[in-house]
Design a protein around this ligand. Structure first.
Ligand SMILES: Cc1ncc(COP(=O)(O)O)c(C=O)c1O
Length: 478
């Protein structure tokens, strides 16, 4: 697939990349006033000294909220915040971009709240993030669950097939939204172009939770973005891989979207804090500016090259396997999911951490996920590959973990009650073993990846039990 929209071409080398929130914060910092407004630590004067030492005085001086110091407001977006959102929309190829606090979770809540309603059906993948479930619990819409393909050797969900979406659209009336996750946490990519064509055929809007794909628009070796491929709205966790600070994300409305941005904005206004952190908003502005800049392009090229280097080294390690696109799935090269014979992912994670001081993104019972990030140097990958070589040659046997730990059941859910009704029903707490045959009243989802093992309204079966090792009791519908 070739990319039609490349930001590196849009911004000429000579053009200076702007960051209006960062500029406004700098101006405010340089022109301090007598402050009689929130936050009451007053530029770090009234704060725990050790905390100030740790994070630095400057960070506290710019910890302000909107309304003050000509920084603009988030809802409605005004001043530098509005300008920064417009610049982000241009950079990501959207008609409208909203900055999100409380992560992509806030974006998914707003989508559920504004684009779906009680009694309506929503076609959604079973491995969606739990925040999408919360969005549907708010609205009361009824999910039509689509199970993606399963990659059993790796115990992970694979891609979502367009044919399954079409089948669900044929079989169900009153579908208000198709809402899917792409890529998966481990980097498996679905054919969004075909899915979007199907949605257009049935005149149903498509929202893509692209939380883990926010870099794609900025490098030709990465998959195409859902905004390019016809989605109506897209959520991006900039804080995950895009270089902004934790909790900061974006929600984009595409150029030819069927979705009215005003309704999404209204929901965001209700869901967001009324005291947005300018540091977090500034970090979104800064991350977008970096991605658009020449140095950002260099960082991204480096990340892709580092990923290729790592993958090549891993290919030559006996007993080590990596998930890759040659297995018949499209994947994001920067997300490297590996497993070593005889070792569970959890054990591999702890060996890496304890013996080598390496922390990976996550571990499952099968393998570990390594992110090749913008900030990693080549030498990091040399060290990691050397460490993995040593671990793989040690021929570990990790029977306890391999036999006892399980995380992702990948079952077709048996739904007995609507999400919302089950969540708001009269509940009781019962011992896990006595919960078989009862209806779950809660979301049980380990984070990461935040995919639910049990949904409210789902029948609890014997098959769930091995995946609930950490739970002694469950909340069920009375
Ligand atoms: C697919 C997906 N969507 C949404 C989220 C929520 O993102 P955030 O942590 O930015 O709230 C996550 C988090 O892991 C995720 O994996």
């Amino acid at each position: 697939m070739t990319k039609s929209f490349k930001i590196s071409k849009e911004v000429s080398e000579s053009q200076k990349v702007k960051a209006p929130i960062v500029e406004a914060l700098r101006t405010a910092y340089k022109n301090p006033t007598y402050q009689f407004h929130i936050p009451g630590h007053t530029k770090g004067v009234a704060i725990y000294k050790e905390f100030k030492k740790l994070i630095g005085e400057k960070a506290l001086r710019v910890d302000t909220t909107d309304e003050f110091d000509n920084l603009g407001t988030l809802h409605p977006a005004t001043g530098p915040i509005a300008e920064a959102q417009d610049l982000a929309a241009q950079a990501f190829g959207a008609k409208k971009t909203f900055f999100l606090l409380n992560g992509s979770t806030a974006g998914n809540l707003a989508i559920g709240m504004s684009l779906t309603k009680k009694g309506q059906k929503v076609i959604i993948n079973r491995n969606c993030h739990r925040s999408a479930l919360t969005g549907l619990m708010i609205s009361g819409a009824d999910p039509v669950w689509i199970c993606p393909s399963r990659i059993d050797d790796w115990s992970i969900w694979g891609s979502i097939e367009a044919t399954k979406i079409e089948q669900a659209l044929k079989e169900n009336e009153n579908v208000g939204l198709v809402w899917i996750t792409n890529p998966t946490y481990e980097g498996v990519v679905s054919d969004i172009k075909s899915i979007s064509e199907v949605c257009k055929k049935y005149n149903v809007p498509l929202v893509v939770d692209e939380a883990h794909g926010c870099l794609w628009n900025f490098n030709k070796h990465l998959p195409q973005t859902a905004l390019e491929l016809g989605a109506d709205a897209v959520v991006h966790s900039l804080h995950k891989t895009g270089g902004s600070m934790s909790q900061s994300s974006m929600l984009h409305i595409s150029k030819n979207s069927m979705i009215n941005p005003d309704s999404v904005e209204k929901a965001l206004k209700l869901l967001h804090t009324t005291s947005p952190s300018l540091i977090l908003l500034g970090s979104l502005d800064a991350a977008r500016a970096v991605l658009q800049s020449k140095s950002g392009q260099t960082l991204l090229d480096r990340a892709v090259n580092n990923a290729k280097y790592l993958r090549k080294r891993l290919d030559n390690i006996p007993n080590l396997h990596q998930l890759k696109s040659t297995f018949g799935y499209m994947t994001d090269v920067t997300k490297v999911f590996i497993k070593i014979d005889g070792l569970s992912g959890k054990r591999l994670e702890s060996i890496l951490e304890i013996d080598f001081g390496i922390e990976v993104e996550s571990a499952s019972d099968i393998g570990v996920l390594i992110l090749c990030n913008l900030g990693n140097k080549h030498s990091d990958f040399v060290y990691l590959a050397d460490a993995l070589e040593k671990i793989a040659s040690a021929k570990h046997k990790d029977i306890y973990y391999l036999e006892n730990r399980k995380h992702m059941p990948m079952l077709e859910p048996v739904i007995k009650m609507s999400l919302r009704d089950a969540y708001y029903s009269n509940k009781e707490v019962v011992k896990k073993e006595l919960a078989v045959g009862r209806i779950s009243a809660e979301v049980i989802a380990e984070c990461p990846p935040g995919i639910s093992i049990l949904l409210p309204g789902e029948l609890i079966t014997e098959k769930h039990l091995p995946y609930l090792n950490d739970y002694e009791t469950l909340e069920v519908v009375c």
